[in-house]
Ligand binder design. Structure first.
Ligand SMILES: Nc1ncnc2c1ncn2[C@@H]1O[C@H](COP(=O)(O)OP(=O)(O)OP(=O)(O)O)[C@@H](O)[C@H]1O
Length: 612
């Protein structure tokens, strides 16, 4: 900003205490990351020294004792000038001078990582001696969590070897982060795949926490041994025994690892939670965004040297590389499935028994995979559970119900009349059926409307229809106020006396009319304007049903109306749809009246018996 009078430029002022607090306490989700940041700096320093002197040691040692924690690395070290430039300047990193190059080689890049130690430490001491400038004296940097630090040049005997030692003094209340077991677990969790050996020394014991090279970079005698080793590693790293394992190797993006197929069906909304390592250092064990959303049936463990971390190093930065990696890993999983289909149908069947939903989700976006999976993915149809390929083979016109309820209601009747129907009410099934014509030209897909069902039912000859004319007229006048037409057909099974058919449009219209009836004037007017002339619901009476035929002979008008209402109510119940209040009232009334009739008849016949 320019000062108006003097024209001088000003720099931002920084409240150091606030900044240290922000970076150390609020950037990371848990204090546990302090150890990761220390390990990371040690690994980067060793990498930098190896570039200069490949014969130098690479062993990193962590020591835990009453005083706190200490980490020693035989890395590149720091001169006094380095300390002022890098340690004392927040946001400056020696690894960023040539950013792209640094990113490829080093773990750190932001120049804030060391501050993470203030989440658990009240004091950070760094003692270092440069390997790059051998004559430079050793140096001590001592910082406290209030944002102050001091620098002291060391006497030659105080630091004889190049490298760095960082010591942390625990903050009151954070002692548990320095417990030997906790430190060992953290070192193992974050650093098991690091390229240099890391050990934890505690109470006279030395524990190696690295286990490299990673399992996927080792040599095995056979494919079976390799697979067993990968599965066993997955058990340790992810906590479950995978149903199958897919090796991942995207050379361009520097990715190596494996995708583990979950042993039980996964929730599609729960995609992600992968264990991602960046150059051998654990980034996060619940990383999202690594795979396409449809790949929710696997959890991955990968190591990468190209993906970028966020500043907290707890997630992946969403950039073009990540998009390309996601796509490449998606292709890899698809190729694996295609390979199974071609060579190992039994393994594919075992996989699909658990994850057909995932594959269906995937096939919606991938015509090629859809084509390959046609003989394996099954649907519920009027012919039972059959594959998509079989559906198309049996029925050139594939009819599909939009909901499970419609399928349940129509399926028995459609099946009895040779109409093939697919239940489109389950997740992804209707989308997949809609794709059939794309891969199987000639196949037509139609939504199963009530008109198709009525057309498939046999008409009743005119003599029979005439004989039931009085009954039909009464049924029509009874059900007209409920927005329902009545027709007579002959269909199987004869045990179904009436079928209630309606389209979604007819249902919407009924809801509109019901709301309009209860609404105030303004709303009634608006809803009235929406009044539609869509087809009404239909009650199809079954002429083959003995019940219907018997009811048609009732001469008592009141009993006939009740019987018609009961038929209508029963057909409505069969649809499994929620009932409107008028329908519930009608059902109750009809039931009560039928009970009344029945009890009256019993009383009359008892009276007659008595008289006799
Ligand atoms: N063990 C070490 N050996 C040598 N130099 C170190 C060591 N630890 C820290 N440094 C120096 O201090 C600088 C700052 O470290 P810091 O951990 O704060 O950030 P960074 O590692 O550069 O980046 P990030 O914030 O991504 O971790 C480093 O860039 C490095 O120059």
């Amino acid at each position: 900003m320019l000062d108006e009078e003097s024209g001088n430029a000003h720099s931002f002022q920084v409240d150091l205490r606030g900044l240290v607090d922000l970076l150390s306490h609020h950037l990371y989700s848990s204090p546990r990351v302090y150890l990761r940041e220390l390990l990371q700096n040690a690994v980067d320093a060793v990498t930098a020294r190896q570039r200069m002197d490949p014969t130098a040691s690479t062993a990193i040692r962590i020591t835990v004792n009453e005083a706190g924690l200490r980490i020693d690395d035989p890395g590149i070290g720091l001169t006094e000038a380095d300390v002022h430039r890098f340690l004392a300047t927040i946001g400056r990193s020696s690894k960023r001078d040539d950013l792209e190059g640094a990113r490829r080689e080093f773990l750190g890049q932001f120049g804030i990582g060391l501050l993470a130690c203030f989440t658990v430490a009240e004091r950070i001491q760094v003692i270092s001696r440069s390997a790059a400038v051998p004559d430079a004296p050793g140096i001590e940097w001592l910082a406290t969590s209030d944002g102050t630090y001091s620098v002291r040049r060391l006497a030659p005997h105080e630091r004889t070897v190049p490298g760095t030692t960082v010591c942390l003094t625990p903050r009151a209340g954070a002692e548990r982060w320095f417990a030997p077991d906790v430190v060992t677990d953290l070192a193992r969790d974050f650093g098991s795949l690091l390229p240099y050996e890391v050990t934890v020394d505690t109470s006279g014991r030395t524990i190696r926490t690295t286990d490299s090279p990673p399992v996927w970079d080792r040599f095995y005698d056979s494919a079976a041994a390799r697979r067993a080793a990968l599965i066993e590693y997955g058990e340790r790293a992810l906590g479950f025994t995978a149903l199958d394992v897919v090796e991942l190797d995207v050379e361009l993006a520097g990715i190596r690892g494996a995708a583990y197929v979950l042993p039980q069906p996964a929730n599609p909304a729960d995609s992600g939670r992968h264990r991602v390592y960046l150059k051998g250092m654990l980034l996060n064990d619940a990383t999202t965004g690594l795979l396409p959303d449809w790949a929710f049936f696997v959890r991955c463990v990968i190591d990468t040297d190209t993906l970028r971390p966020t500043a907290s190093r707890e997630g992946l930065y969403e950039d073009e590389t990540l998009v390309a990696v996601r796509e490449a890993l998606g292709v890899r999983l698809r190729d694996w499935l295609t390979g199974l289909a071609a060579q190992e149908p039994q393994r594919l069947a075992a996989f699909l028994a658990v994850h057909s939903l995932g594959v269906k989700a995937m096939a919606r976006h991938d015509v090629e995979l859809f084509r390959i999976m046609l003989p394996y993915l099954t649907l519920e149809t009027t012919d039972g559970h059959i594959t998509l390929a079989e559906v198309a083979r049996r029925h050139p016109v594939v009819r599909i119900t939009p909901t499970v309820e419609e399928f349940r209601q129509i399926a028995p009747i459609a099946a009895a009349h040779g109409v093939g129907v697919v239940n489109g009410g389950y997740t992804y099934d209707s989308e997949l059926v809609a794709l059939l014509p794309e891969v199987m030209p000639g196949v037509v897909v139609e939504e199963l409307g009530s008109d198709v069902v009525t057309a498939a039912l046999d008409p009743v000859d005119s003599a029979n229809e005439l004989a039931m004319a009085g009954f039909l007229a009464m049924a029509r006048s009874t059900l007209d106020p409920l927005g329902c037409d009545v027709i007579l057909r002959a269909f199987f099974p004869a045990s179904v006396s009436a079928l209630h058919l309606d389209s979604r449009a007819a249902r919407n219209e009924r809801t509109r009319a019901e709301i309009a009836a209860d609404a105030d004037d303004l709303w009634a007017e608006i809803l009235g304007a929406l009044k539609s002339t869509e087809p009404r619901a239909q009650l199809v009476l079954n002429h083959r049903s003995p019940v219907v035929r018997r009811l048609a002979t009732i001469s008592d008008r009141a009993l006939l109306v009740t019987a018609i209402e009961a038929l209508y109510g029963q057909a409505l119940l069969m649809t499994h749809r929620p009932l409107r209040s008028v329908d519930t009232a009608l059902l109750n009334r009809a039931f009560d009246e039928l009970l009344g009739w029945a009890s009256q008849n019993v009383t009359e016949s008892t009276d007659e018996d008595g008289e006799a």
